[in-house]
Design a protein around this ligand. Structure first.
Ligand code: ADP
Ligand code: MG
Length: 388
């Protein structure tokens, strides 16, 4: 929805104009999956699919909030409400959680009206949850006058996801959504929180293919992977799997057992892939980026076991297409969601048709495939400036 129509919808919903627009992007992760919570380095990019929130202080102590998200009814709750919701109202946990974490950080936010509009698919592995958190965080800062740095904002949003959405995520999603730079991916050191923009090769387009299989990270598999990593760390005697080596894992294989060996091997090999991938992009070496993304996908599929047949099908189709491909892999936490593809611009139309047909043969429905531009992080601005 354009901001002008979001403004009109806000007027219709609340009978007055918004004073600010808060806009936060989704993200894809190019490489470095399931290692942010281990303190590894990762390489996501924000995309030009966003959650946009029109807002206005309402002079009360309540938040009145609506969303065009399917099944989300208008809700009103006190700004200090701390009750985690379930079922149809569970989407409120994100704004509610952000308000809660800012409050614990000493920030008091006045009541406000908010209307959410999004062109970012939810539950598609593109981090709509972090986008909703970041957009809300900017509103809290705007209305309270208590600005935070992008890194501080990301940390508070991550706590909201932990404590209110029940997902023990790493910092990657929130940090890239808050700190991304236009036209670049963002290398994040999840140990030190240092970030560095990384340019993509010229003429290469990001293509996202959404399987339509809704992942549910809160459902437990994500948490189980984290626990398995912690168990492997204990056996290996390292503070993080990112400090382990394949050699040590090999030596301890009998203690680790077959399952934890595979989990640890994913973490160690994925960490190496991130740096190799950045070097290969800088060297314009598409054969290497393609191999690295392939190996990353196979590792997530076989060693970490977070892929699914729909994701595997889309990655196989991309590799079979081949022309101008710089790499294809599942992106995000897995168990459904999307693949990310890097492909030469002139191949995009044929590539998209090929993927779609290939998927249809097996699953008898079409995936949602779209191109994305690496985009800046979340921003808030006065509604008077948002008429574009
Ligand atoms: P992802 O972050 O990969 O999109 P999550 O399961 O982490 O998937 O977050 C999706 C949840 O975020 C949705 O189920 C919903 O609760 C919330 N959400 C996402 N987009 C919106 C929106 N536009 N309006 C309201 N809630 C949303
Ligand atoms: Mg999420």
């Amino acid at each position: 929805m354009l901001l002008s129509s979001l403004r009109a919808s806000f007027v219709e919903a609340f009978g007055t104009s918004p004073t600010a627009f808060s806009v936060a992007p989704g993200r894809v992760n190019l490489i470095g999956e399931h290692i942010d919570y281990l303190g590894g380095c990762v390489l996501p990019a924000a995309i030009d699919r966003q959650i946009r929130i029109a807002c206005r202080p309402n002079g009360t102590d309540d938040v009145r909030i609506q969303s065009d998200h399917s099944g989300a009814s208008p809700v009103s709750f006190p700004v200090t409400d701390d009750r985690v919701r379930e079922g149809d109202e569970s989407w409120i946990n994100y704004p509610l959680g952000v308000l809660g974490e800012y409050r614990k950080d000493g920030v008091t936010c006045p009541g406000f009206d908010a209307l959410i509009s999004s062109n970012l698919p939810a539950g598609a592995g593109l981090s709509s949850s972090a986008a909703l958190e970041a957009a809300t965080a900017l509103i809290v800062e705007w209305l309270s006058g208590e600005a935070r740095s992008a890194a501080q904002r990301a940390a508070l949003c991550r706590l909201a996801e932990h404590h209110y959405a029940g997902v023990p995520c790493g910092i990657m999603d929130q940090l890239v959504v808050c700190a991304a730079e236009e036209g670049h991916a963002l290398r994040i050191d999840c140990e030190t929180l240092e970030t560095r923009p990384v340019g993509l090769p010229r003429g290469i387009v990001l293509v996202i293919a959404n399987t339509g299989v809704q992942h549910a990270l809160g459902d437990g598999e994500y948490r189980i992977r984290r626990e398995q990593c912690a168990e492997a760390e204990q056996i290996l005697g390292v503070a993080s799997l990112c400090q382990a080596s394949l050699e040590e894992i090999g030596k301890q294989e009998s203690q680790l057992g077959e399952l934890l060996t595979r989990r640890a091997r994913h973490a160690v090999t994925e960490l190496e892939r991130v740096e190799d991938f950045i070097l290969a992009m800088a060297a314009n070496d598409s054969a290497t980026t393609r191999r690295i993304m392939h190996e990353g996908h196979v590792s997530l599929r076989d060693d970490f076991e977070v892929s699914c047949p729909e994701l595997d099908c889309l990655v196989e189709a991309a590799e079979e297409f081949g022309h101008g491909l710089w790499g294809a892999r599942m992106t995000g936490g897995g168990f459904g969601g999307s693949t990310v593809n890097l492909i030469e611009a002139k191949q995009v139309a044929a590539f998209t048709a090929f993927l779609s047909e290939h998927f249809y043969v097996t699953f008898e429905r079409k995936p949602d495939i779209f191109t994305a531009h690496p985009s800046p992080g979340a921003q808030i601005f006065p509604a008077s400036a948002g008429d574009a």
